[in-house]
Ligand binder design. Structure first.
Ligand code: ATR
Length: 283
């Protein structure tokens, strides 16, 4: 029989979620196994139906299902609605609630692990894909003063900017050329990479969206990429004398919010971080 909590994606072999989620469940004495479910797109609907079963707690949702599950749940939270993606499904007495913790996980990672508060700062987000959506949502929520979305395909940055524009919050959209970046990046206190540049096994592992000479020494550079832990972008941030932070903290905090909503208990954060750090060290 399948467990009452887990993560589903396709493929799923790479996932680190079970490692830290299981450590959390064990620490609290919750007798559940956090499983990893490989669910192909044509099996998705059937799998989601099983989440309504009595006793089922929650499913973390990862690629490629974050949007495909939207019509399969009964209700979306405001975060899921705004981000346009679901990364957690909770079973509330047979009713499935789709939620998104990627953006709020990012904010909690910033606050708890770097002490950084984005309220009132100038920020640049590189990329305009799924991860960028969650981060733009989060930065809007946190009250950044000015946001620039820089993406290889400018049209995608423009679409994202106009979708999230509201009142005085009006992100600028630009390309990745040095000329365009020169007008915003050196003045930004927060730079976030959400592109796949620098990602292990990705198309451009040795690439970065920006070089050190355009990064302020007072800035924080956050990379949503977590493998490798030290990306080319983060090296540029460090070369500029700025503070760097890798994406593992966002991965864990999105999971921690999901864990807390699934179990109704406060997550043992230190234990969960220790588990994932150990897993990364041992490869
Ligand atoms: P995710 O869900 O992880 O955000 P995605 O939606 O596929 O993934 O988005 C990938 C992002 O990385 C996009 O912003 C993409 O830029 P485009 O919109 O122009 O495709 C960016 N990206 C991927 N490869 C890139 C490259 N070689 N150079 C610059 N940007 C790249």
């Amino acid at each position: 029989m399948s467990s009452n909590i887990g993560v589903m994606g396709h493929p799923i072999g790479h996932t680190k979620s079970p490692v830290f989620q299981q450590a959390g469940l064990d620490e609290l004495g919750i007798a559940e196994t956090f499983e990893a479910w490989d669910v192909a797109p044509d099996e998705l609907e059937e799998k989601v139906t099983t989440f309504r079963a009595t006793g089922f707690l929650a499913a973390c949702v990862t690629l490629p299902h974050k949007q495909a599950v939207i019509p399969l749940v009964d209700e979306l939270t405001e975060a899921a609605e705004s981000v346009g993606a679901v990364n957690w499904i909770f079973n509330r007495d047979g009713k499935l609630v789709g939620h998104n913790t990627d953006g709020t996980g990012f904010l909690r990672a910033l606050k708890e692990k770097t002490g950084f508060d984005p309220a009132g700062v100038d920020a640049v987000v590189f990329g305009a894909g799924g991860a960028a959506r969650a981060i733009v949502y989060a930065l809007k929520l946190a009250g950044v003063a000015r946001l620039t979305i820089a993406n290889r395909t400018v049209g995608k940055a423009q679409a994202l900017a106009s979708e999230f524009s509201e009142g005085r919050f009006k992100p600028d959209a630009i390309g990745l050329s040095r000329d365009e970046l020169a007008n915003c990046a050196p003045y930004a206190q927060l730079l976030v990479n959400t592109t796949s540049l620098g990602m292990a096994g990705g198309p451009a592992e040795m690439a970065t969206p920006i070089l050190a000479d355009m990064i302020s020494a007072d800035a924080l550079g956050y990379d949503a990429v977590y493998a490798p832990p030290m990306t080319k972008f983060l090296r540029e941030v460090e070369n500029a004398g700025a503070t760097s932070a890798g994406g593992m903290t966002m991965l864990v905090y999105q999971g921690i919010e999901g864990f807390e909503m699934a179990t109704g208990q406060k997550a043992p954060v230190d234990t969960m971080f220790a588990a994932i750090e150990k897993a990364f060290k041992s490869g």
